[in-house]
Design a protein around this ligand. Structure first.
Ligand code: GLN
Ligand code: ZN
Length: 717
């Protein structure tokens, strides 16, 4: 019985690649230094999988930045503005596309399906010429082979590549990237021929777009592509890998009838209907790569349950055609549990990061082959039992409160207009009131203060004084700018989720549980392992202090439940919405304490609400229903006079967090455009996101222009 890993994290167990990249970009180290780090990381990953006993080990899943950009390089599809003149694409051209350079902006970046990973969107036009321009796949295959590891080279499949591409500027209306299919396939053929010649016996095409709702012409492209590649692929075992959801029934039919494809990879973790599909018909003689070990979370697998699933599949596809795999690439989970020295042993026993998941996959494959490691399986069962029964996981009171929620939709009792009137009487704001989104520039000094307080190098009193001073500075700046509703600037927060997670029960934090977000950027999501409650107020102290410094309304600033959920590793022993309702109840208490503390305007950020949207449209309504319900729970209990705001961002990455200072005229023009469709009394004027990534030299002139624009329009109305 064989085992397979879809893909593996690139950053390294201690983010070695991140530091090597950033040092190279800063000109502090050479390309050779960077290449050395990369080569060592790849070698250790291949060795680790080989030692664990994995049969189908992937190569070309490493990347200096992004696997889609690697494919763009392979195809030579470099947009004209990078002035590339052909030949093998070097690091300079590659990183210019990824990050821009002094004269040319970067290519667009967007979310990779429903993960927190972001890829570089290919820009294609009818005039784009393709040529084989990055030999990365063959080089990595040979590199592994030289180390004694025969790998499965992985390529982003041609159809997914095109479906993830966008039409270049100027041709958006008249052109669909999918029309370039026959132009990119010759390059794929060259790559395949080289891999074959080098001795590859398998090849993996990642075609995750197959899990989306596809139109029939998009589906036909899969048939066209893989039949066009058929002769090039002959003699190879061809795996088409899908992940993140099940494949819709009509797509499944087409996919499983492709004659050049010999193996199919399915996500059995999120693909809830896949088992039924496979059982209702799987092509004879083909391989099923069963993704039973979850690549999207940090929980130890329920090995007994996975084994039972695999055994039921064995009966359908045949013993020698079933391969145990991960649900998706392990790049979406943390790297290695061995580096977690601060987590206690009990919680650690419940977890599995990428390195541990590799071992799980192999143990399952061996068990299927009749060589079950009894000790390993019983340790796993014991850990699962301890997780189920641990008093750290269950909080009766929270469970009861969450169950009690279900009867009501938690809408406010009064109408919006009645509430607006009540609030206006109290707040007495001008029309088009001005405000900001919450954070002000985070200086090196502030980060130092927080770090030293955490490390107990400075006293509570010193810390409080430093933060207080910062808040008072931010308040003064806003008063000088003549902003109407002020914020305290969030100087006490390192991160909008971590800050709350650290104060809520049911959360824990890792030391090295980093996951790549984009390029060299990683996030370290909190782990929600138990019922969530709020033992103490979290923000009231600072908000009240800030309010005491000004006569203007001071906005309370909270992160909403859906965003906390979507930016954490969430427990898998209850539905996500249950966990979300629990967080909502905790935030509700905070909202009510802020109100009791005299805060009249409270903003509840839901920056990540959109990110949680399921990939399939048929599932959107259910998600939006519980997500919106969760938000409503947080503020259903406030008085009419308390004004609730929210902020949802990250809809367009290219515009936010930029150093550009918009002019008064530009802002006024925007506001006027909005006034053409919105009522005057509901429109506010504010920046598009928090200001923590910006510098005061950008923030002050930008806010000055913003306030002036608002005042000018008020005078004109
Ligand atoms: N209140 C947060 C801030 O201003 C919101 C950040 C966000 O939307 N990501 O930083
Ligand atoms: Zn934002």
């Amino acid at each position: 019985m064989a085992s397979h890993i879809v893909g593996y994290p690139r950053m390294g167990p201690k983010r070695e690649l991140k530091f090597a990249l950033e040092s190279f970009w800063d000109g502090k180290s050479s390309a050779e230094d960077l290449e050395k780090v990369a080569t060592d990381l790849r070698a250790s990953i291949w060795k680790q999988m080989a030692d664990a006993g994995i049969k189908y080990i992937p190569s070309n899943t490493f990347s200096y930045y992004d696997q889609v950009l690697d494919t763009t390089a392979m195809l030579g599809a470099v947009p004209d503005r990078y002035s590339w003149t052909g030949g093998e694409i070097n690091l300079s051209t590659y990183f210019s596309m990824a990050r821009g350079n002094a004269t040319v902006p970067a290519m667009e970046m967007t979310k990779w399906f429903d993960t927190n990973y972001h890829f570089i969107v290919p820009e294609l036009a009818p005039s784009t010429k393709f040529s084989y321009s990055s030999h990365k796949a063959i080089n990595e295959y040979k590199e592994a082979k030289a180390l004694g590891v025969d790998t499965v080279p992985v390529l982003v499949g041609p159809v997914s590549y095109l479906l993830l591409s966008k039409a270049a500027k100027g041709v958006e209306k008249s052109f669909s990237p999918l029309s370039l299919l026959s132009s990119i396939l010759p390059v794929y053929k060259e790559v395949i021929a080289q891999l074959k010649a080098a001795g590859a016996s398998w090849i993996q095409f990642d075609e995750p777009t197959l899990v989306k709702d596809l139109e029939s012409h998009q589906l036909s492209a899969f048939s066209a592509a893989y039949s066009e590649l058929e002769s090039a692929l002959s003699g190879l075992n061809v795996l088409v890998e899908t992940y993140f959801a099940d494949v819709p029934a009509d797509s499944y039919k087409i996919l499983t009838s492709l004659s050049s494809v010999t193996a199919y990879g399915f996500d059995l973790e999120r693909g809830t209907k896949t088992l039924e599909l496979v059982k209702s018909g799987f092509p004879a003689g083909k391989y099923l790569f069963a993704g039973v070990v979850d690549g999207r979370n940090i929980w130890a697998d329920d090995l007994a349950a996975s084994l039972a699933t695999l055994q039921s599949l064995e009966a359908v596809v045949g013993k020698d055609k079933l391969v145990v795999s991960t649900s998706c690439s392990l790049m979406h989970t943390a790297v290695d549990l061995v580096n977690e020295t601060k987590l206690d042993d009990e919680i650690k026993s419940w977890l599995a990061f990428a390195a541990q998941k590799v071992v799980e996959v192999n143990a399952l494959a061996k068990a299927l082959a009749g060589q079950k490691d009894e000790a390993y399986f019983s340790a796993n069962a014991a850990a699962l039992a301890s997780r189920r029964s641990s008093p750290r996981v269950t909080n009766e009171e929270v469970q009861k409160a969450a169950t009690a929620l279900k009867g009501s939709d938690h809408r406010r009792a009064t109408t919006v207009s009645a509430r607006l009137d009540a609030q206006q009487k109290k707040l007495n704001l001008p029309i088009l009131p001005t405000t900001t989104i919450g954070s002000f520039p985070q200086t090196v000094e502030l980060r130092r203060v927080r770090r030293e307080y955490k490390a107990k190098k400075i006293s509570e009193e010193e810390y409080t004084n430093a933060i207080k001073e910062e808040i008072s500075k931010v308040v003064k700046i806003q008063e000088e700018l003549d902003i109407d509703v002020l914020v305290h600037g969030e100087p006490e927060r390192n991160d909008m989720v971590e800050y709350f997670g650290e104060q809520l029960s049911g959360f824990t934090f890792t030391a090295n549980g980093w996951v790549q977000s984009y390029g060299s950027r990683c996030v370290k999501p909190p782990i929600i392992y138990g019922d969530v409650s709020r033992p103490n107020p979290m923000t009231v102290f600072w908000s009240k202090m800030a309010q005491s410094m000004t006569a203007r309304p001071m906005k309370g600033m909270l992160t909403g439940p859906v965003t906390i959920l979507n930016w954490s590793f969430v427990r898998n022993d209850q539905p996500r919405f249950e966990t979300c309702y629990q967080i909502a109840l905790a935030i509700k208490k905070e909202v009510e304490d802020l109100e009791a503390g005299g805060i009249q305007v409270i903003q509840i950020d839901e920056a990540a609400l959109r990110e949680g949207l399921p990939l399939r449209k048929s599932e959107h309504a259910f998600y939006l229903d519980w997500a919106v319900h969760s938000f409503r729970i947080t503020n259903c209990g406030v008085q009419d006079t308390t004004q609730i705001h929210t902020h949802m961002c990250y809809s367009n990455f290219n515009d936010i967090h930029s150093p550009r200072i918009p002019s008064k005229e530009e802002i006024a023009d925007r506001v006027n455009k909005m006034l053409a469709v919105l009522d005057t009394n509901i429109l506010w004027v504010n920046p598009d996101c928090g200001l923590k990534t910006r510098k005061y030299a950008e923030v002050k002139p930008a806010l000055t222009n913003m306030v002036e624009a608002a005042k000018q329009i008020r005078a004109e109305l």
